[in-house]
Each structure stands twice: as structure tokens, then as C-alpha cells.
Design a binder for this molecule. Structure first.
Ligand code: IYR
Length: 244
């Protein structure tokens, strides 16, 4: 009974909080429909040109460009606006070498059979193997961590909501931002990835999810000849009769 009154009191408190919610003007700028059409088509075409690149040039990339792209990622929507992500941007050659060594060790076990025949079969057309030179050659590695829960200075834990979804959306923003900044990326997922927590010195509440490789493609870099599923295959329209 006491528990119930506690919950009710909390709910009343939350309602009072939302009554006094601090809001600001959205400041939305509308576009005319032709502009919308042009922009949406140009964006689709630009992002369709993005390809996952495994062959990098050693050329450096200025840090402020990476900063801007991480800012974009940090503007992604997230569950309860908890922003449960952390990005570790690495250009230090020693740390990149340590990551390559640890990742290749996992990948050797993966390609030697841990993956299983079905998984290796699904990957065969990409021509990947356990050799990951791009982890040292590319100028930046961005390790993306998911905050499973938050910890404050007094060591209190708060649950985070929709963490995989939120981090996935932020990663999408990051990949799109890097692409439009003129950089190539590779979403690399060595498994297991726990070595990344150690190398990046991240706390226990954070789980490594993706290692993004970032840089310029090598001259004459080649990519697998893959196709995107057509719109009709990836979309179902449920519209009122008479529309379209
Ligand atoms: N992590 C391995 C295997 C791999 C898995 C998937 I799913 C890919 O789309 C590509 C590779 C590797 O990086 O080689």
C-alpha cells in the first residue's frame, strides 16, 4: 500500500513537472514543394553514392572536420533525450596498432570457423578476411559506445531507454555527415569487441558497438559490385483511395 502511494506521489510530481515544462519556439522554416522535391532527390542521390570502403589512403584528416561530424551524430533523437552514446575518436598510431592487433586476433578465430558456415557464406561476396590493415592506415577510427545506463558523480545509476535504437540512429547521422564531408567510412564490427573498452579506457556502463573507420579512399580503391534493393521491395504504402 505504501509502495502504491509512493508511485502515485511520483506520478503527481511528474505531472507537475510537465505542467511547468519549459518550451521554446520550434523555429521551423517551410520549403515550397518544388524545393522539397529537388532537395530530397539530391540527398537521395548523394547518399546513394556512399559506399563502404576498406582500402584507405594514409592522408590525414583535420580534427575539426571529425568534430563537426560527431556534433551531427550528437544531434540525433534518443529515448527520453538521454543521448546514450559516447564517441572515442582515435588518430594516435600506437592506439590504432593496438586496436588492429586485438581486432585481427578476434577475426582470425572468426574466419577460422567461429562464425559458422552460414555466416561465412553470407560474407563471401564481400571478399573480407582477417587482415585489417585499414585499422592502421586510415587516419581516424571512431569507436562508438552505447551507455547501457548512466552513472552520476555520486555513483547513482539511471536506466537508459531505447539504447540500441538511439545509438543506431546517431551512427547513421555520423556516417551520413562523414560522407557529405567528403570522407569514406567502414562500419567495422570485430566480435567480441570488449577489447575496445580496454584500449579506449571506457567505463563498465558503456558497451562498444561499432568501430567506424574514417578517411580518404586509397587511389583506385575498389568496392564490391553490390546493388540496393529497389524502392518497391523495401516499401509498402497504405494510402486512402484516390491518393496518387
Ligand atoms: N567482422 C568481420 C566479419 C564481417 C561481418 C559482417 I555482418 C560484415 O558485413 C562484414 C564483415 C570483418 O570485419 O571482417
Amino acid at each position: 500500500m505504501r509502495r502504491l502511494s509512493c508511485i502515485l506521489e511520483k506520478l503527481a510530481q511528474y505531472r507537475r513537472m510537465s505542467d511547468t515544462l519549459h518550451s521554446i519556439d520550434l523555429n521551423f522554416s517551410s520549403l515550397d514543394v518544388d524545393e522539397m522535391r529537388t532537395r530530397s532527390q539530391a540527398f537521395a542521390q548523394d547518399l546513394a553514392r556512399r559506399r563502404t570502403v576498406r582500402d584507405y589512403a594514409p592522408e590525414p584528416v583535420e580534427r575539426d572536420i571529425i568534430e563537426n561530424c560527431i556534433r551531427t551524430a550528437g544531434s540525433a533523437p534518443s529515448g527520453a533525450n538521454q543521448q546514450p552514446w559516447h564517441f572515442v575518436a582515435i588518430s594516435d598510431p600506437e592506439i590504432k596498432s593496438a586496436i588492429r592487433e586485438a581486432a585481427e586476433e578476434e577475426e582470425r578465430a572468426f574466419y577460422a570457423g567461429r562464425a559458422g558456415e552460414e555466416w561465412l557464406g553470407a560474407l563471401a561476396h564481400l571478399g573480407t578476411d582477417d587482415n585489417k590493415p585499414f585499422l592502421e592506415i586510415a587516419p581516424w577510427l571512431i569507436a562508438i559506445f552505447a551507455e547501457r545506463y548512466s552513472v552520476d558523480d555520486a555513483d547513482n545509476r539511471t536506466k537508459n531507454y531505447y539504447v540500441p535504437e538511439s545509438v543506431g540512429i546517431a551512427t547513421g547521422f555520423l556516417i551520413a555527415a562523414l560522407h557529405q564531408a567528403g570522407l569514406a567510412t567502414l562500419t567495422h564490427t570485430p566480435a567480441p569487441m570488449s577489447f575496445l573498452s580496454k584500449v579506449c579506457k571506457r567505463p563498465d556502463n558503456e558497451k562498444p558497438v561499432i568501430l567506424l573507420v574514417v578517411g580518404y579512399p586509397a587511389k583506385n580503391a575498389r568496392v564490391p559490385d553490390i546493388q540496393r534493393k529497389p524502392l518497391e521491395q523495401i516499401t509498402t504504402w497504405l494510402e486512402a483511395d484516390g491518393e496518387q
